[in-house]
Design a protein. Structure first.
Length: 205
């Protein structure tokens, strides 16, 4: 009975997260109330507050369910110390992120919320700080891969791994932003892989 109760609680928690994602997507984060999320999840407002102390915490949990795996995938790439082509590692990571967006509606919808449905003010300023910290981590990992590429003479002598990492991060952030907005796929989505390949090829010695 205890196990069943725990499983039911976890199912309810996930249903609330899924409902929050849909309401955030439809209304925007700032215009969404916990009561609206409760209604969409088919639970009481008290049930929502039992699992999440406020909307900021709920938003953060929703974000982490899809954002952290993308960072973890970058960690996996960094563990391949003997890989002969670090530039291909970077290209695979970028393409893998796009693939995750294509394959998972939850990931795709969460990115859309993060990019165009949320104002990072007041209580959400801390969420923005966490996102920026995560971005710093990605840039550092990219820099390590570019440094490895330079050590393997895959880059020109004048190219700086730190600057390349920042440039790649800004390129991909912009591409993701436009990818999310390109709902019908007529502008950027169909060209994503070729744009990424060209970005990496411009770095090869």
């Amino acid at each position: 009975m205890v196990r069943q109760t725990k499983e039911n609680a976890e199912l309810t928690r996930q249903r609330i997260i899924d409902a929050a994602r849909q309401v955030f997507l439809a209304r925007g984060v700032s215009r969404t109330s916990m009561e609206q999320i409760a209604t969409a999840a088919g639970v009481t407002r008290g049930a929502v507050y039992w699992h999440f102390s406020n909307k900021t915490e709920l938003f953060s949990v929703m974000r982490e369910q899809v954002f952290l795996p993308l960072i973890d995938r970058m960690d996996d790439n960094l563990q391949l110390e003997n890989n002969e082509d670090p530039l291909t590692q970077i290209e695979n990571f970028l393409n893998g992120t796009i693939q995750a967006l294509n394959e998972s509606s939850a990931t795709r919808e969460t990115y859309e919320i993060m990019m165009i449905k949320c104002e990072y003010v007041e209580e959400f300023s801390e969420v923005l700080r966490q996102i920026l910290n995560n971005c710093d981590g990605i840039i550092q990992k990219l820099e390590q891969l570019y440094q490895r590429a330079k050590n393997k003479r895959q880059l020109r002598a004048s190219q700086d791994p730190e600057q390349l990492a920042l440039d790649t991060h800004l390129f991909f952030s912009g591409l993701l932003h436009m990818w999310v907005k390109d709902i019908d796929g007529s502008h950027f989505r169909k060209r994503t892989h070729s744009l990424i390949a060209n970005h990496i090829d411009l770095r090869r010695n």
